[in-house]
Design a protein around this ligand. Structure first.
Ligand SMILES: [Zn+2]
Length: 361
Protein backbone atom coordinates (compact mmCIF):
# COMPACT_ATOMS: atom_id res chain seq x y z
CA UNK A 1 0.00 0.00 0.00
CA UNK A 2 1.38 3.41 -0.93
CA UNK A 3 2.03 5.46 2.24
CA UNK A 4 1.11 8.75 0.53
CA UNK A 5 -2.32 7.35 -0.46
CA UNK A 6 -2.92 6.04 3.06
CA UNK A 7 -1.84 9.42 4.47
CA UNK A 8 -4.24 11.42 2.28
CA UNK A 9 -7.21 9.11 1.85
CA UNK A 10 -7.27 7.41 5.26
CA UNK A 11 -5.15 9.07 7.99
CA UNK A 12 -6.04 12.70 7.18
CA UNK A 13 -9.62 12.10 6.02
CA UNK A 14 -11.49 8.95 7.04
CA UNK A 15 -9.63 8.43 10.34
CA UNK A 16 -10.13 12.09 11.36
CA UNK A 17 -13.92 11.60 11.22
CA UNK A 18 -13.83 8.07 12.69
CA UNK A 19 -11.81 9.02 15.77
CA UNK A 20 -14.00 12.05 16.46
CA UNK A 21 -17.18 9.92 16.35
CA UNK A 22 -15.68 7.10 18.44
CA UNK A 23 -13.88 9.18 21.06
CA UNK A 24 -16.74 11.66 21.58
CA UNK A 25 -19.24 8.81 21.96
CA UNK A 26 -17.25 7.32 24.87
CA UNK A 27 -15.71 10.50 26.35
CA UNK A 28 -18.71 11.29 28.58
CA UNK A 29 -18.57 7.84 30.26
CA UNK A 30 -16.37 8.17 33.38
CA UNK A 31 -14.89 4.66 33.18
CA UNK A 32 -13.11 2.67 30.49
CA UNK A 33 -15.71 1.26 28.11
CA UNK A 34 -13.01 -0.96 26.57
CA UNK A 35 -12.28 -2.54 29.96
CA UNK A 36 -16.00 -3.22 30.54
CA UNK A 37 -16.29 -4.83 27.10
CA UNK A 38 -13.24 -6.98 27.89
CA UNK A 39 -14.82 -8.19 31.15
CA UNK A 40 -18.12 -8.94 29.36
CA UNK A 41 -16.18 -10.84 26.71
CA UNK A 42 -14.40 -12.92 29.38
CA UNK A 43 -17.77 -13.70 31.01
CA UNK A 44 -19.20 -14.71 27.60
CA UNK A 45 -16.22 -17.05 26.97
CA UNK A 46 -16.71 -18.62 30.41
CA UNK A 47 -20.43 -19.06 29.79
CA UNK A 48 -19.74 -20.64 26.38
CA UNK A 49 -17.25 -23.06 28.01
CA UNK A 50 -19.74 -24.09 30.73
CA UNK A 51 -22.53 -24.44 28.14
CA UNK A 52 -20.31 -26.62 25.90
CA UNK A 53 -19.24 -28.90 28.75
CA UNK A 54 -22.87 -29.25 29.93
CA UNK A 55 -23.94 -30.28 26.41
CA UNK A 56 -21.09 -32.77 26.36
CA UNK A 57 -22.29 -34.37 29.60
CA UNK A 58 -25.92 -34.44 28.42
CA UNK A 59 -24.62 -36.16 25.26
CA UNK A 60 -26.18 -33.46 23.05
CA UNK A 61 -22.77 -32.96 21.46
CA UNK A 62 -19.69 -35.13 21.01
CA UNK A 63 -16.12 -33.93 21.70
CA UNK A 64 -15.27 -33.63 17.98
CA UNK A 65 -18.31 -31.48 17.29
CA UNK A 66 -17.54 -29.26 20.30
CA UNK A 67 -13.89 -28.86 19.26
CA UNK A 68 -14.88 -27.87 15.67
CA UNK A 69 -17.44 -25.39 17.07
CA UNK A 70 -14.73 -23.80 19.30
CA UNK A 71 -12.16 -23.55 16.48
CA UNK A 72 -14.70 -21.95 14.07
CA UNK A 73 -15.80 -19.44 16.75
CA UNK A 74 -12.23 -18.50 17.69
CA UNK A 75 -11.19 -18.07 14.03
CA UNK A 76 -14.30 -15.99 13.19
CA UNK A 77 -13.83 -13.73 16.23
CA UNK A 78 -10.09 -13.28 15.64
CA UNK A 79 -10.54 -12.42 11.94
CA UNK A 80 -13.40 -10.03 12.69
CA UNK A 81 -11.48 -8.28 15.49
CA UNK A 82 -8.38 -8.03 13.31
CA UNK A 83 -10.31 -6.61 10.34
CA UNK A 84 -12.09 -3.99 12.49
CA UNK A 85 -8.80 -3.12 14.17
CA UNK A 86 -7.10 -2.60 10.80
CA UNK A 87 -9.94 -0.35 9.60
CA UNK A 88 -10.14 1.65 12.85
CA UNK A 89 -6.44 2.34 13.32
CA UNK A 90 -4.17 -0.36 11.84
CA UNK A 91 -3.97 1.45 8.50
CA UNK A 92 -2.23 4.33 10.28
CA UNK A 93 0.88 2.15 10.58
CA UNK A 94 1.07 2.26 6.75
CA UNK A 95 0.90 6.07 6.53
CA UNK A 96 3.88 8.32 5.73
CA UNK A 97 6.59 8.15 8.42
CA UNK A 98 6.47 11.36 10.46
CA UNK A 99 10.18 11.85 9.75
CA UNK A 100 9.18 12.42 6.09
CA UNK A 101 6.13 14.51 6.97
CA UNK A 102 8.16 16.72 9.33
CA UNK A 103 11.19 16.69 6.99
CA UNK A 104 13.52 15.19 9.59
CA UNK A 105 16.86 13.61 8.72
CA UNK A 106 16.93 10.23 10.47
CA UNK A 107 20.22 8.94 9.04
CA UNK A 108 22.32 6.98 11.60
CA UNK A 109 23.62 9.09 14.46
CA UNK A 110 27.30 9.44 15.32
CA UNK A 111 28.45 8.82 18.92
CA UNK A 112 29.15 12.56 19.34
CA UNK A 113 25.54 13.36 18.31
CA UNK A 114 24.21 10.81 20.81
CA UNK A 115 26.36 12.29 23.54
CA UNK A 116 25.27 15.84 22.70
CA UNK A 117 21.61 14.78 22.80
CA UNK A 118 22.18 13.10 26.16
CA UNK A 119 23.78 16.27 27.56
CA UNK A 120 20.77 18.31 26.33
CA UNK A 121 18.26 15.92 27.87
CA UNK A 122 20.12 15.76 31.19
CA UNK A 123 20.25 19.57 31.33
CA UNK A 124 16.51 19.76 30.54
CA UNK A 125 15.57 17.06 33.07
CA UNK A 126 17.85 18.46 35.82
CA UNK A 127 16.29 21.92 35.54
CA UNK A 128 12.74 20.49 35.64
CA UNK A 129 13.48 18.09 38.52
CA UNK A 130 14.21 21.04 40.85
CA UNK A 131 10.53 22.08 40.64
CA UNK A 132 9.11 18.57 41.19
CA UNK A 133 7.36 17.59 44.45
CA UNK A 134 8.84 14.62 46.36
CA UNK A 135 7.55 11.98 48.75
CA UNK A 136 9.27 11.01 52.02
CA UNK A 137 11.77 8.86 50.06
CA UNK A 138 12.77 11.70 47.77
CA UNK A 139 10.93 10.15 44.79
CA UNK A 140 8.75 12.23 42.47
CA UNK A 141 5.20 12.90 43.68
CA UNK A 142 2.55 14.09 41.23
CA UNK A 143 1.21 17.60 41.90
CA UNK A 144 -2.37 16.46 41.26
CA UNK A 145 -4.09 13.11 41.89
CA UNK A 146 -3.44 10.42 39.26
CA UNK A 147 -6.94 10.82 37.79
CA UNK A 148 -6.65 14.60 37.63
CA UNK A 149 -3.21 14.25 36.01
CA UNK A 150 -4.83 12.13 33.27
CA UNK A 151 -7.64 14.63 32.80
CA UNK A 152 -5.12 17.47 32.25
CA UNK A 153 -3.38 15.68 29.36
CA UNK A 154 -5.41 17.64 26.79
CA UNK A 155 -3.50 20.83 27.70
CA UNK A 156 -0.44 19.48 25.87
CA UNK A 157 -2.04 17.39 23.15
CA UNK A 158 -4.38 20.22 22.10
CA UNK A 159 -1.38 22.48 21.54
CA UNK A 160 0.48 20.04 19.30
CA UNK A 161 -2.70 19.04 17.45
CA UNK A 162 -3.09 22.72 16.52
CA UNK A 163 0.57 22.90 15.53
CA UNK A 164 0.80 19.77 13.34
CA UNK A 165 -1.89 19.24 10.72
CA UNK A 166 -1.12 15.48 10.41
CA UNK A 167 -2.47 14.87 13.93
CA UNK A 168 -6.18 14.04 14.20
CA UNK A 169 -7.54 15.49 17.42
CA UNK A 170 -10.13 13.29 19.15
CA UNK A 171 -11.93 14.15 22.38
CA UNK A 172 -8.75 13.47 24.43
CA UNK A 173 -10.49 11.33 27.04
CA UNK A 174 -7.77 9.22 28.72
CA UNK A 175 -9.34 6.59 31.00
CA UNK A 176 -7.83 5.05 34.11
CA UNK A 177 -7.85 1.26 33.97
CA UNK A 178 -9.46 -0.52 36.93
CA UNK A 179 -7.43 -3.70 36.47
CA UNK A 180 -4.11 -1.87 36.75
CA UNK A 181 -2.43 -4.67 38.74
CA UNK A 182 -3.23 -7.10 35.92
CA UNK A 183 -1.61 -4.67 33.49
CA UNK A 184 1.44 -4.47 35.74
CA UNK A 185 1.63 -8.28 35.70
CA UNK A 186 1.87 -8.16 31.91
CA UNK A 187 4.27 -5.18 32.04
CA UNK A 188 1.71 -3.01 30.24
CA UNK A 189 1.59 0.71 30.97
CA UNK A 190 -1.28 1.71 28.70
CA UNK A 191 -3.40 0.57 25.75
CA UNK A 192 -5.19 2.53 23.08
CA UNK A 193 -8.38 0.71 22.12
CA UNK A 194 -9.48 1.64 18.60
CA UNK A 195 -12.92 0.03 19.11
CA UNK A 196 -13.89 2.68 21.65
CA UNK A 197 -11.38 5.40 20.69
CA UNK A 198 -10.13 5.45 24.30
CA UNK A 199 -6.54 5.92 25.48
CA UNK A 200 -6.40 3.61 28.54
CA UNK A 201 -3.75 4.18 31.19
CA UNK A 202 -2.72 2.01 34.13
CA UNK A 203 -2.57 3.94 37.41
CA UNK A 204 -0.26 1.35 38.97
CA UNK A 205 2.85 3.04 37.59
CA UNK A 206 5.74 5.09 38.97
CA UNK A 207 4.53 8.74 39.18
CA UNK A 208 7.22 9.90 36.73
CA UNK A 209 5.78 7.61 34.03
CA UNK A 210 2.05 8.44 34.28
CA UNK A 211 1.99 11.78 32.35
CA UNK A 212 4.16 10.43 29.51
CA UNK A 213 2.21 7.16 29.17
CA UNK A 214 -1.03 9.19 28.98
CA UNK A 215 0.46 11.38 26.24
CA UNK A 216 1.71 8.26 24.39
CA UNK A 217 -1.76 6.65 24.29
CA UNK A 218 -3.27 9.97 23.16
CA UNK A 219 -0.68 10.07 20.35
CA UNK A 220 -2.11 6.73 19.13
CA UNK A 221 -5.59 8.24 19.31
CA UNK A 222 -4.33 11.14 17.18
CA UNK A 223 -3.49 8.67 14.41
CA UNK A 224 0.15 7.86 15.18
CA UNK A 225 0.35 4.07 15.16
CA UNK A 226 4.10 3.38 15.15
CA UNK A 227 5.49 3.10 18.67
CA UNK A 228 8.63 5.22 18.21
CA UNK A 229 6.57 7.96 16.55
CA UNK A 230 3.93 7.83 19.32
CA UNK A 231 6.78 8.24 21.84
CA UNK A 232 8.10 11.27 19.95
CA UNK A 233 4.66 12.91 19.68
CA UNK A 234 4.13 12.17 23.39
CA UNK A 235 7.43 13.90 24.16
CA UNK A 236 6.39 16.95 22.09
CA UNK A 237 3.04 16.98 23.89
CA UNK A 238 4.74 16.77 27.33
CA UNK A 239 7.18 19.53 26.36
CA UNK A 240 4.29 21.78 25.27
CA UNK A 241 2.29 21.06 28.45
CA UNK A 242 2.00 23.83 31.07
CA UNK A 243 2.47 21.35 33.98
CA UNK A 244 6.01 20.67 35.19
CA UNK A 245 5.01 17.02 35.90
CA UNK A 246 4.28 16.45 32.20
CA UNK A 247 7.44 18.26 31.06
CA UNK A 248 9.65 16.28 33.45
CA UNK A 249 7.95 12.97 32.63
CA UNK A 250 8.63 13.54 28.92
CA UNK A 251 12.30 14.38 29.51
CA UNK A 252 13.00 11.45 31.85
CA UNK A 253 11.28 8.93 29.53
CA UNK A 254 13.41 10.13 26.60
CA UNK A 255 16.51 9.80 28.77
CA UNK A 256 15.49 6.23 29.63
CA UNK A 257 15.18 5.45 25.91
CA UNK A 258 18.49 7.10 25.08
CA UNK A 259 20.73 5.59 27.80
CA UNK A 260 20.90 2.07 26.24
CA UNK A 261 22.34 3.65 23.06
CA UNK A 262 25.22 5.34 24.90
CA UNK A 263 28.64 3.74 25.02
CA UNK A 264 30.18 2.88 28.40
CA UNK A 265 32.71 5.74 28.40
CA UNK A 266 30.07 8.42 27.70
CA UNK A 267 27.77 6.93 30.33
CA UNK A 268 30.53 7.01 32.95
CA UNK A 269 31.30 10.59 32.01
CA UNK A 270 27.69 11.80 32.04
CA UNK A 271 26.20 9.84 34.96
CA UNK A 272 27.57 12.19 37.69
CA UNK A 273 25.81 15.15 36.03
CA UNK A 274 22.37 13.57 36.64
CA UNK A 275 20.51 15.31 39.49
CA UNK A 276 20.21 13.09 42.63
CA UNK A 277 16.40 13.33 42.34
CA UNK A 278 16.49 11.84 38.81
CA UNK A 279 18.69 9.00 40.05
CA UNK A 280 16.15 8.27 42.80
CA UNK A 281 13.28 8.31 40.27
CA UNK A 282 15.15 5.96 37.91
CA UNK A 283 16.03 3.61 40.80
CA UNK A 284 12.39 3.62 41.93
CA UNK A 285 11.27 2.79 38.38
CA UNK A 286 13.65 -0.21 38.23
CA UNK A 287 12.59 -1.55 41.63
CA UNK A 288 8.90 -1.04 40.72
CA UNK A 289 9.17 -3.52 37.85
CA UNK A 290 11.24 -6.01 39.87
CA UNK A 291 8.35 -6.98 42.10
CA UNK A 292 9.31 -8.94 45.21
CA UNK A 293 7.31 -12.16 45.26
CA UNK A 294 7.67 -15.89 45.95
CA UNK A 295 10.05 -17.68 43.60
CA UNK A 296 7.33 -20.00 42.16
CA UNK A 297 5.00 -17.06 41.47
CA UNK A 298 7.91 -15.16 39.96
CA UNK A 299 8.84 -18.10 37.68
CA UNK A 300 5.23 -18.38 36.43
CA UNK A 301 5.11 -14.60 35.91
CA UNK A 302 8.34 -14.61 33.90
CA UNK A 303 7.01 -17.41 31.66
CA UNK A 304 3.68 -15.66 31.06
CA UNK A 305 5.47 -12.36 30.52
CA UNK A 306 7.84 -13.89 27.95
CA UNK A 307 4.88 -15.40 26.05
CA UNK A 308 3.05 -12.07 26.19
CA UNK A 309 6.09 -10.14 24.92
CA UNK A 310 6.44 -12.63 22.06
CA UNK A 311 2.76 -12.09 21.11
CA UNK A 312 3.16 -8.28 21.41
CA UNK A 313 6.32 -8.41 19.26
CA UNK A 314 4.49 -10.47 16.58
CA UNK A 315 1.46 -8.14 16.68
CA UNK A 316 3.70 -5.09 16.12
CA UNK A 317 5.40 -6.82 13.18
CA UNK A 318 1.99 -7.75 11.72
CA UNK A 319 0.94 -4.10 12.04
CA UNK A 320 3.84 -2.95 9.86
CA UNK A 321 6.57 -2.36 12.47
CA UNK A 322 9.42 -4.67 11.34
CA UNK A 323 11.51 -3.91 14.44
CA UNK A 324 8.76 -5.25 16.72
CA UNK A 325 9.35 -4.41 20.39
CA UNK A 326 12.65 -2.75 19.55
CA UNK A 327 10.71 0.03 17.78
CA UNK A 328 9.92 1.59 21.19
CA UNK A 329 13.57 2.64 21.58
CA UNK A 330 13.81 3.98 18.04
CA UNK A 331 12.44 7.35 19.15
CA UNK A 332 16.10 8.29 19.61
CA UNK A 333 16.45 8.61 15.81
CA UNK A 334 13.68 11.22 15.80
CA UNK A 335 15.21 13.12 18.72
CA UNK A 336 18.57 13.23 16.93
CA UNK A 337 16.83 14.36 13.72
CA UNK A 338 15.03 17.14 15.60
CA UNK A 339 18.35 18.28 17.10
CA UNK A 340 19.93 18.36 13.62
CA UNK A 341 17.03 20.47 12.33
CA UNK A 342 17.37 22.96 15.20
CA UNK A 343 21.13 23.15 14.67
CA UNK A 344 20.85 23.83 10.95
CA UNK A 345 18.07 26.41 11.57
CA UNK A 346 20.25 28.29 14.05
CA UNK A 347 23.21 28.10 11.66
CA UNK A 348 20.98 29.50 8.91
CA UNK A 349 19.87 32.31 11.20
CA UNK A 350 23.51 33.07 12.04
CA UNK A 351 24.43 33.09 8.36
CA UNK A 352 21.67 35.64 7.70
CA UNK A 353 22.91 37.88 10.52
CA UNK A 354 26.57 37.52 9.49
CA UNK A 355 27.89 40.21 7.13
CA UNK A 356 28.09 39.21 3.48
CA UNK A 357 30.96 41.62 2.64
CA UNK A 358 34.10 42.53 4.61
CA UNK A 359 33.55 45.16 7.26
CA UNK A 360 35.37 48.47 7.04
CA UNK A 361 37.26 49.57 10.10
ZN1 LIG B 1 1.96 2.42 22.11
Amino acid sequence: MRPDYVETIYSRSIYTVLIKVLSFSTAWIPFSVAECLLVLFAVWILWQAIHGITQLFKKKRNIRNLFTHCVVNVLTLTSLTYAINIFLCGLNSQRMPIADTMELDTSPASSSELKALCVDLITEANALREKIDEDENGVMRLKYSKSKTLSRAYLGSKKIANQYSFLSAGSCNPKAVGMSSLMKFFALRGIFTPFTGEPNVSLDLPPAAIPFVTAHEIAHQMGIARENEADYIAYLSCRAHPDIDYQYSGAIEMLKDLLPYMDGISLKELAPSLAPGIKRDLAFNSSFWREKTTSTKQKVRVKILRAHLKVHDTMLKLHGEPAGLKSYGMVVDLLIAERRLKKSASEERLAKVAPTSPLND
